[in-house]
Design a protein around this ligand. Sequence first.
Ligand code: SF4
Length: 331
Amino acid sequence: MAEQVDARDLKSLGGFLRAGSIPALGTSFIENLLDPKTPLKPILKEAIRLRRAHFGNSFKLHVLENAKKGGCSEDCSYCGQSSKFPTPVTPSAPLKASELIAGAKEAQASGAYRFCMAIARRGAVEADLRVVGEAVSFMARDLGLKTCFSSGFLDDAALDFLKACGLDRINHNLNAPREVYPRICSSHTYEDRLQMARRVKERGLELCCGFIVGLGESLKELAGLLQDLAELKPDAIPVNFLIPIPGTPLEGAPPLNPEQCLRVLCVVRLLLPATEVRLAAGRELHLGALEPIGFLVADSAFLGDYLTAKGQEGSRTLRMVRALGLDPLQA
Ligand code: SF4
């Protein structure tokens, strides 16, 4: 039985946080941390302390490249790239290896530590793998740039091939809690995603695995997802905040509460203190004036645009990172 946090007892909460092993305390403890009635201050203080203890002043900036836009067969309700919804995204042909390499060089020159490529499909096809494999080999060998690839479900042979080409990391998000999944997607399940994430680790690749806040999840459901992440132990956790895309079933989703967004980010840090926690898509839209504080809890962020939505101008993000006394890691 998990211990309960008394929201009025700051001393007791501080003691629980410093004691560590929060995942072992169970989902009801995590749910209490997520509850707006529990004071945010001690949670935030501890999250900032842990971030500093594990990462010092270093900060990682990632550039995201949409290597094949739109036309995806899946029906994820939050996604502008699904072929099932009338979104403004026009499907495009996959980028060539030379175009990916040019993007990677530009990203590196702009201060990126990692170049993340995404292909909107249920799973990359052989031609995609050949192109990405060729580009990644160059990035690893000639640019020394860290790389990540995201393309739905990949079999073991594809994962092994990409690893042999020099790929560091695969992104495969859980996105929504188990209970929410049937409401937001009918073409695959939460369990499918969890299994894929586990296989990435089994094949010896780094795993980037996160979620989206704002899909109609309850605190209890989100706590369950965070508990799964704590058990999965990804190498990186991107925390996204829903950007409602016109034409998708979630286009009218209400704005999120900035304090609650910050709280979720802090709870992820408390659960996995030494894991890369990324302030990902939607930070600009939902954190508002609290955004700089989020940079003191996270240790990575995206530089520039997201897959189908505009992000903050890269130079502005860099200025903010430096103004906060953080040092962007260079590849
Ligand atoms: S989130 Fe990925 S799998 Fe789902 S529709 Fe978008 S591109 Fe396809």
